[in-house]
Design a binder for this molecule. Structure first.
Ligand code: ANZ
Length: 832
């Protein structure tokens, strides 16, 4: 066929790969393993361009690694449980199970049509009881280890989703707290909930980041900040006239001589106890008002500082000074001890508050060099840097860091404080008052309390016939057949837990389930984990930096303690891909009417063109704009590739033996071929730069068009270029690559597939820095030719020429009288 018609060739190769089980993991037992994973899709809607991009990136890599001889695991599955499917059900009444089933069918078809090299035999769907059963199993194991507990927690209540959501799912912007999923306001609500003790791993997760050198720094930094380790001290301030003590957490105990007041969070348990009777009414009114104000509006940077005096005084244990006790909006009950010592001279928030309420400001830190900080009453803003202590009793003159160390030790010795470490990371509350999730395997017995379901009895199945109301009451509570059960301990009537698990539980360990997806005795086979883990390359969106990517690191550590996995960190290298915007440069969205779906594009241009666009538009990390012209350009490129194979079919039979004789333009073509092999290979190693590799292929194709073969060595050079071109295209445009590789006579063996072939090696000599051919004359007559580096010196060229076989004879026994040298052109020996 003269015309490139992807629609007529692509399905054929997809069938061939499937029939041959080409992408089954484990079929190269002797080879080094590589585990390439893309974040699995959430099938709440149809496949979009963002999916096409992430899977194309991972696929190119997986295909390339196979060609490099590795045993590659490249699985796929569906993250099927969770809120979006349930929210959609509220709108149109379609059962989430039916919706996800349908969407999965269309996802599979689209993924197949894009030619992804997935090992489909390992597909998992988290909504299957065979999968979520193991979520429940992990829950029970973690409960046994004290890593799961029930708490009376302040939870983030989404007013749209009507369920609790994790801290990580709350967006904070301009003093507004909204749900990342539905953009509704998020309120705080006190409710009982189940939580994972991820904070027990705070240090481990922090230290583990040091092993993740191949993760984008942006992501590790976000995780570091999210864990938020603060080294400081806890100090107790006795409250005058009572036996109560206010304990504060500070990272700057070196400033304590400048403490001029103490502040409690409005929710602090001591508020009522310390407030003087005459101030109680005012304090209560303030506290009540703060309860109704969203946390972000209270504590955001720009939020006005507000407070109320309790009438009480506390004693600074270092100085004996009495300072007033206030309550203020900017102190959080959940962080530290819920109380702070305020040092307005050296903390900006405290400074603004002090100025507003006329509280004293005392400078106690001076810069080590340079201009002195004025006394408190003349300060325009807090000076927050470390320095040298001033007006600080026995500590005066010490540098801040030394002072912190000594003061913590002294506090400890005197019994009013100690050094302390605090984290911003909170435990992971994972109870959801929703239907479409893993049922939490707990039974409430009147006599035995919360009893875990014995692991033999798992799974606790999600009933099909739940009524999804969206009222905030768990839908499972309205299914009596589900709720009513018996206590596993005593057999008396009991009730099941009706909450379900956060969908992030599903994605916390799915990468390990792929190892033995049908295992019904254990979550996965630990022996296979020994072979396949960690994930070598994980591709997914940067928006998962602190949710999924932190949870799965946590879960992996728990799995290691359970003896299931051999490594602390689940994933060596992370690639975070950029967004695919619409042609107008805006994020694709129904709202802008700029959505381009992959399905119709594949129908129109073929999968190979869509894949090429995804990889050529920019390196994986960068955002790209969908561009019809560029897509069209890539289609034209593949058509050009197609036509040059047809135009040069006379070269297909050329023997390799003639390659060595290629000279002149044919040699230049060979050099281009080998340089292209190097360039495409480099694009896979180190930083992923598929785009420059593809640009190299374009140049190679141009050179092929420009070269008319006339001799057997010429034809051999063309054939070499064509075979390389097809092979190098294989990770990017695998269908057309197979087709052309077979055409040029690639397969040495019947039934061979390009996808299985070794990746080509380049000849370093042909790749070396530019060379030039230099004519060698003896007494003005052409006697030979040498190739030298373009940058070679006269002496080097002369040495090369003298050792050239054909020239040697003319020089033998003669005396060289003179050498004429024209750089990059000619060397002439004048002899007698
Ligand atoms: C006195 C002080 C003086 C502070 C100074 C800072 C500068 P990170 O680094 O985030 O851990 N703080 C402590 N608990 C708080 C709470 N529950 N709500 C609001 N603020 C709280 O921050 C620790 C610092 O934040 C602590 O150190 C405390 O203020 C404040 F020149 O104590 B500092």
């Amino acid at each position: 066929n003269e015309r490139y018609e992807p629609q007529s060739i692509e399905p054929r190769w997809q069938d061939r790969w499937t029939a041959a089980h080409t992408f089954s993991a484990g079929n190269r037992p002797g080879a080094e393993k590589r585990y390439v994973l893309e974040m699995f899709p959430y099938p709440s809607g149809a496949m979009h361009m963002g999916h096409a991009r992430v899977y194309t990136i991972g696929d190119a890599l997986a295909r390339w690694l196979r060609m490099r001889g590795h045993d590659v695991l490249h699985p796929i599955g569906f993250d099927a449980l969770g809120l979006p499917a349930e929210n959609a059900a509220l709108k149109d009444g379609k059962h989430p199970a039916a919706r996800t089933r349908e969407n999965i069918v269309s996802f599979r078809a689209e993924m197949r049509s894009l030619g992804y090299a997935f090992d489909w035999d390992r597909e998992i769907v988290t909504a299957d009881p065979e999968y979520y059963r193991w979520n429940q199993w992990f829950f029970v194991k973690m409960l046994e280890r004290g890593l799961v507990y029930r708490r009376q927690g302040k939870a983030n209540w989404c007013t749209g989703c009507l369920t609790v959501i994790a801290n990580e799912q709350v967006l904070e912007q301009d003093g507004q707290r909204t749900c990342e999923r539905c953009q509704s306001p998020v309120l705080e609500k006190v409710i009982p909930e189940w939580a994972f003790r991820i904070t027990a791993y705070a240090d481990a997760l922090l230290e583990g980041l040091d092993q993740l050198g191949a993760w984008p720094e942006r992501v590790t930094t976000m995780q570091r900040n999210w864990i938020g380790r603060s080294v400081g001290a806890q100090v107790q301030f006795p409250v005058e006239g009572t036996d109560r003590k206010i304990e504060v957490f500070t990272t700057r105990v070196d400033t304590i001589y400048g403490c001029t007041y103490v502040v409690l969070a409005p929710e602090h348990p001591l508020v009522e106890a310390v407030t003087r009777p005459e101030r109680l009414a005012e304090v209560r009114a303030f506290v009540e008002r703060m309860r109704r104000t969203e946390a972000a509006a209270r504590t955001g940077e720009g939020a006005p500082k507000e407070g109320v005096f309790t009438g009480a005084e506390a004693v600074n244990p270092f100085t004996g000074a009495r300072v007033p006790v206030w309550i203020a909006n900017f102190v959080l009950a959940e962080y530290g001890t819920g109380a702070v010592m305020s040092v307005p001279a050296h903390d900006q928030r405290d400074f603004e508050f002090a100025r507003k309420y006329g509280l004293p400001v005392r400078t106690v830190i001076q810069p080590a060099h340079g201009e002195r900080t004025p006394p408190g009453d003349q300060l325009g803003a807090a000076t927050t840097e470390d320095g040298v202590l001033a007006d600080s009793g026995p500590y005066t003159g010490l540098p801040s860091a030394d002072a912190r160390f000594r003061m913590s030790a002294d506090a400890k010795a005197k019994g009013f404080g100690e050094a302390n470490v605090r984290y911003h990371l909170r435990d992971w509350g994972f109870s959801r008052q929703r239907y479409w999730g893993t049922p939490i395997p707990i039974i409430y017995c009147p006599d035995h309390g919360a009893v875990p379901v014995p692991v033999e009895d798992l799974p606790v199945r999600l009933p099909e016939q739940a009524i999804i109301t969206g009222t905030g009451e768990p839908p499972l509570a309205k299914v009596p057949e589900f709720v009513n059960t018996v206590c596993p301990v005593c057999g008396k009537p009991a009730r099941r837990e009706t909450e379900t698990m956060d969908t992030f539980v599903d994605s916390s360990w799915y990468y390990a389930r792929y190892l033995s997806p049908k295992d019904d005795r254990q979550p996965f086979d630990p022996k296979l984990a020994d072979r396949w883990l960690p994930i070598d390359v994980y591709v997914g969106g940067p928006e998962h930096a602190v949710m999924h990517l932190l949870y799965f690191r946590f879960w992996n550590r728990v799995m290691r303690e359970l003896g299931l996995v051999p490594v602390d960190e689940p994933c060596k290298r992370l690639v975070t891909q950029g967004i695919v915007n619409g042609p107008d440069g805006r994020k694709m969205s129904k709202r802008w009417g700029n959505v381009v779906a992959p399905g119709p594009m594949v129908k129109r241009f073929g999968a190979d063109t869509v894949r090429m666009f995804m990889l050529f538009a920019a390196p994986p990390e960068k955002d790209i704009d969908w561009s019809d012209e560029q897509v069209d350009g890539l289609f034209r490129f593949l058509s050009r590739v197609w036509r040059i194979f047809h135009a040069r079919h006379a070269c297909f039979g050329a023997g390799e033996a003639a390659l060595g004789e290629a000279a002149g333009a044919a040699l230049e073509l060979r050099r281009r071929t080998h340089r292209t092999i190097k360039r495409v290979t480099d694009g896979f190693e180190g930083d992923l730069k598929f785009n420059t590799g593809i640009a190299g292929l374009m140049e190679l194709v141009n050179d092929l068009y420009a070269f008319e073969p006339a001799s057997e060595p010429d034809r051999a050079a063309v054939r070499e270029a064509l075979v390389a071109l097809a092979t190098l295209l294989a990770p990017f445009a695998p269908h057309v690559a197979e087709e052309l590789w077979h055409a040029v006579g690639g397969p040495a063996v019947e039934g061979a597939l390009l996808a299985d072939q070794p990746w080509p090696a380049f000849d370093p000599a042909l790749v070396a820095a530019d060379t030039v051919s230099i004519a060698v004359q003896v007494n003005g007559k052409l006697r030979g030719e040498v190739r030298a580096a373009a940058a070679a010196t006269e002496a080097e060229v002369r040495a090369l020429a003298e050792s050239e076989e054909k020239v040697k004879g003319y020089l033998a026994g003669k005396t060289v009288r003179k050498v004429v040298y024209v750089p990059k052109r000619l060397v002439n020996f004048v002899v007698s």
